[in-house]
Design a binder for this molecule. Structure first.
Ligand code: GRF
Length: 201
């Protein structure tokens, strides 16, 4: 029996990860699995290294490729995610915008990792844009996904200094080192409250 002085048991979270590319963040999430969470499925919009990493780890995978009809693709994506019954959906280098059908089903439980300190440098080129602007500090943001592009409420951020000798690749790699740690910390801190997620770091 739980007394007022004992914390309630922490439920183990089932996580679905969405990827489009290399999947190094996915690898960190997989390597970070513990009593807090398990990755139950990895879904991509294109065949990619992230899918290969998931297969190598023995995790269920599905590639949901977009055809001419974006709304129909969103429905297939919802079905692919729903089949895994996740508590949390992580967009980790997933390069497609999640549409209304997806958000109707999973908003509040879907989080994204972005390689800049939002609200600065939103969009697909956050690293390149911070460099081009001449910013001296950028970083990583984990945030809830909403209907905008990188506009959802911020869960966690970590800064990364931009060095004079940085190019996009060197800066992105240092940001990814920070992103990998941050997303694992967020997943370990996540709790389900009804249909939504509560994350207090
Ligand atoms: C990360 O920087 C993520 O924030 C961005 O794409 C990158 C994914 O890297 N959206 P990887 O495929 O996990 O190596």
């Amino acid at each position: 029996m739980t007394t007022p002085h004992q914390p309630a048991a922490i439920a183990h979270l089932n996580v679905v990860v969405l990827v489009s590319g290399t999947g190094s963040l996915l690898q960190a999430i997989v390597d970070g699995q513990d009593e807090h969470y398990s990755v139950v499925k990895v879904i991509a919009d294109v065949p990619c290294q992230g899918i290969e990493r998931a297969r190598a780890a023995g995790i269920a995978t599905e590639v949901v490729e977009m055809g001419a009809d974006r709304a129909e693709w969103n429905q297939r994506l919802v079905a692919a995610v729903d089949a895994a019954q996740p508590d949390v959906v992580v967009s980790a280098g997933f390069m497609k915008i999640l549409g209304k059908d997806f958000l109707d089903r999973f908003e509040g439980r879907t989080i994204n990792t972005h390689p800049a300190l939002l609200p600065a440098f939103k969009g697909a080129h956050g690293v390149r844009d911070a460099l081009a602007y001449g910013a001296k500090v950028t970083g990583s943001t984990v945030h809830f996904v909403d209907a905008g592009v990188d506009t959802g409420s911020i869960i966690a951020q970590e800064p990364v200094r931009i060095l004079a000798e940085d190019d996009e690749a060197s800066l992105h790699e240092r940001i990814k080192v920070v992103e990998r740690e941050l997303i694992v910390s967020v997943l370990r801190a996540a709790r389900v409250e009804g249909e939504a997620l509560s994350i207090q770091l």
